[in-house]
Design a protein around this ligand. Structure first.
Ligand code: PMT
Length: 404
């Protein structure tokens, strides 16, 4: 295994246990396979009541192991665990958590875990009462004390009509946390503020001027920084993606709200990363009631005023040692011209780094992938990345970790 588990192939065992969230384990297996890893599913009998073996075999591209008494000649009950670089159990039920805490090995998954020296990551999923039951609380404490990484659970809608803590966190977050377990915590203790999403400028109580930023890129940066040990504060503008459980978040709507939130969070931040798509202008006035076409006829003019440039302001007032990073979203098709626009923009904004990404109808905004060139304040290229938004996030954070 190298510095980048994302790029080196790992042998990952995904344990799936019997809860309704087992269907979401398919997403975990898929994300690991897409990241290039060799994934072996060990499912309990109960898990296979919720999800079919063919689905798991097709997605993992490997046979699914369930039975302690199959492949006995290959001593499979220990071989799977011994060969694993990483074990991820998602979902982990209260029952499985209790068995892990007690060191029970009455099924293939229990044997696999006991026979392995690989890091273990579990994503609990159960009803709130079970999660908060003193037995589960004690079992989780035991597992944590042994170095097991516990992802979540998230707070949200559960299987029935109830909601609360107990929902399995989303597959992408489980995978990011799991892969990060194998990484050095190279951002430990760094206080990082990340903005994500697109600001909206109200026209009236029902309408706004906005942009198509989903928040995926900023949230991926926040999550990647948190799993690498940073203390992360996410400021989310109208996010269309779930916020990872491992980051604190403040939600904002407009550019002025974002500016205020960033100004106070930046006071104690070592690094500020502005991935949010910020409106340069806002309506000069906001109508108190819905704008009526009957009053305006065929044409309606809007008077807009400039918003503050948050990034430029941060760069101007930064403390010694504070690192300010911006993104540049440009539609320029020519790569060389795009770079020149980026160079001019970093000179204007004064940030330490600028990640230039081309955006368009089907590029950059709201997609799962991104392609960036990272410039330093002299306009020199310090990093180029193309791939998933989480891989872009990790490459950006590699630059930060190296520059420390
Ligand atoms: O959210 P996704 O769907 O995943 O899409 C990601 C993204 C394409 C939005 C993201 O990668 C990105 O490019 N974010 C910056 C978008 C943007 O506002 O670019 P800009 O070139 O207009 O602004 C340059 C920089 O100045 C940005 O860091 C921006 O946050 C900042 N800015 C802009 C205007 C303003 N008034 N204040 C600012 O701080």
């Amino acid at each position: 295994m190298g510095d980048h588990p994302d790029t080196d192939q790992l042998r990952v065992v995904v344990g799936i246990t019997g809860g309704i969230a087992a269907y979401k384990a398919v997403g975990v297996v898929r994300a690991l396979v897409l990241a290039g890893h060799d994934v072996h599913v060990v499912a309990t009998d109960a898990a296979l009541r919720f999800i079919g073996r063919p689905t798991l075999e097709a997605i993992s591209r490997n046979p699914v192991d369930t039975d302690l008494y199959e492949g006995v000649a290959e001593v499979r009950h220990v071989a799977i665990g011994q060969a694993a670089d990483l074990i991820v159990i998602a979902p982990a039920t209260a029952n499985t958590i209790a068995k892990l805490a007690a060191g029970l090995a009455d099924d293939l998954l229990g044997n696999t875990v006991l026979a392995s020296r690989a890091p273990l990551v579990i994503a609990p999923a159960m009803h709130t009462e079970m999660w908060q039951n003193p037995a589960t609380v004690a079992n989780i404490a035991v597992l944590r004390s042994r170095g097991v990484t516990v992802v979540g659970p998230a707070v949200g809608q559960l299987t029935g009509t109830d909601s609360g803590p107990g929902r399995m966190v989303e597959p992408d977050e489980i995978v990011s946390v799991a892969l990060a377990v194998l990484r050095p915590k190279d951002l430990l203790g760094r206080r990082i503020v990340v903005t994500a999403g697109g600001t909206r400028e109200a026209l009236d109580p029902v309408r706004y001027i906005g942009n198509r930023s989903s928040g995926k890129q900023g949230v991926a940066i926040a999550l990647a920084a948190a799993v690498r040990g940073a203390d992360v504060m996410l400021i989310g503008a109208n996010l269309e993606v779930a916020v990872p459980t491992s980051v604190r978040v403040e939600h904002v709507v407009s550019t002025l709200e974002l500016a205020n939130a960033v100004a106070s969070a930046a006071e104690r931040a070592d690094v500020v990363i502005m991935a949010a798509a910020v409106a340069d202008y806002r309506p000069e006035s906001v109508a108190e009631s819905k704008i009526k076409k009957e009053l305006h006829g065929d044409r309606l003019s809007l008077e807009l005023v400039r918003n503050p440039d948050i990034l430029a302001g941060l760069a101007e007032t930064r403390r010694a040692g504070q690192v300010i990073i911006g993104f540049a979203a440009e539609t320029e098709p020519d790569a060389a011209a795009l770079l020149e626009i980026g160079r001019a923009k970093i000179a204007r904004k004064g940030s330490d780094y600028l990640l230039v990404n081309r955006v368009g109808w089907h590029e950059g905004f709201a997609t799962d992938g991104n392609s960036v060139v990272m410039l330093d304040r002299h306009g020199d290229i310090v990093m180029e990345a193309s791939g998933s938004k989480s891989s872009v996030a990790d490459k950006l954070l590699d630059v930060l970790a190296r520059a420390r």
